[in-house]
Design a binder for this molecule. Structure first.
Ligand code: A2P
Length: 341
């Protein structure tokens, strides 16, 4: 019996990545596509401007889009790629009606009883689901994945926690697909850099502390270090690059940091979307680069390089796959593996 999956915001930049991730999925079957009233009632192929290189799957092309209404969506789990302003009410509506909601939106990430999870980093935080259901009296529940840039950053911080992280400074160079399809249309940012991306910096300075915190059975005790982020939009289609400076209590050498990255092999138990290697360490001085490295591990691996004294390094990952749709799907796979779906 496949698990029935709906996609909220199915026509957008992340929604399309959800379709790509779920179309040939061994466990999930796409049963509902939902978007705005502008799209509802239309066939997917007539409502969405399909932007991915791969062909739009036939079974999806002729599906009729419904509105984001729990009575219209037929599914066990819904993946949300909705704008955050809308996600606050819509995702709660679905959770109340008994749906499992795996959300890429930021609306619920920092709520105390909502799991914010990257499976390779803090799978045990899914234990908050029971806390949430007790608190809110919902039949269903919401789980979230972090902001795209945070996901890639915490995957590299996790193996460094043992050195006693004290301070993290990060500067991002973020692709335009992260701004949704309105952003892609603004490829007019060619020959430009924009030093402001909504509330991205704030997310990067708070979400990692929850993710790297300890779950004590009833709540998360945040990790205790300082983060400072500067986030920039650059004219790259897909793939976020981040330059990181970290100070650590144990003052590890670049080689010790490299070894910690190489030895970071969390085993989730053969989840379909799990990459063979979470972190790929590059020794060439001019890597990682988005155009060369973003599709590693089907877009789910994170490439790390330029590990230098300081400690300084550069990381890069696919923002709409590892940083968004793939992250939510991996979370749902983990839920299923733990018998929570
Ligand atoms: P639609 O295509 O019908 O506007 P992106 O992040 O690429 O801009 O995509 C946003 C997604 O959220 C799209 O699927 C869009 O659907 C959907 N969406 C935007 N506004 C609403 C709304 N008011 N109600 C439901 N879905 C919405």
């Amino acid at each position: 019996e496949p698990i029935r999956a709906g996609i909220l915001g199915a026509t957008g930049a992340v929604g399309q990545r959800f379709i790509q991730a779920l179309a040939d999925h061994p466990w999930f079957e796409i049963t509902s596509l939902a978007a705005s009233e502008r799209s509802a009632g239309k066939k997917y192929k007539n409502a969405a401007n399909w932007r991915l290189d791969e062909k739009l799957p036939d079974e999806v092309a002729d599906m009729e889009i419904v509105s984001v209404d729990p009575t219209k969506v037929d599914a066990d789990v819904v993946f949300s790629a909705l704008p955050s302003s809308l996600a606050k009410t819509v995702e709660a509506d679905f959770a109340k009606k008994g749906f499992a909601v795996a959300s890429n939106a930021s609306a619920y990430r920092m709520e105390k009883d909502v799991p914010l999870v990257v499976p390779e980093v803090n799978a045990d935080h899914l234990g908050l689901i029971e806390v949430q259901q007790d608190n809110r009296g919902w039949d269903g529940y919401i789980i979230t994945n972090p902001n795209c840039s945070t996901i890639m950053l915490v995957a590299t911080l996790k193996p460094l926690m043992k050195f006693g992280i004290q301070n993290v400074n990060v500067a991002t160079m973020q692709a335009i697909s992260g701004a949704g399809y309105e952003g892609v249309a603004s490829m007019a940012i060619l020959d430009n850099v924009i030093p402001y991306i909504g509330s991205e910096e704030e997310k990067m300075e708070t979400e990692p502390l929850k993710l790297l915190g300890e779950f004590n059975g009833s709540e998360i005790i945040d990790a205790d270090f300082k983060l400072s982020a500067a986030c920039n939009r650059v004219p790259v289609m897909d793939g976020h690059t981040e330059t990181v400076w970290i100070t650590m209590r144990d003052d590890p050498t670049p080689e010790q940091v490299r070894q910690a990255f190489l030895n970071f092999n969390p085993h989730l138990g053969d989840l379909p979307t799990e990459p063979d290697q979470v972190l790929i360490v590059r020794d060439e001085p001019d890597r990682p680069q988005p155009r060369l490295d973003r599709n590693m591990g089907n877009g789910m691996s994170i490439s790390v390089g330029r590990i230098r004294e300081g400690i300084r390094y550069v990381l890069m990952g696919h923002n709409t796959i590892r940083g968004a749709a793939g992250a939510s799907v991996l979370n749902a796979e983990l839920l299923h593996k733990q018998g929570k779906l």
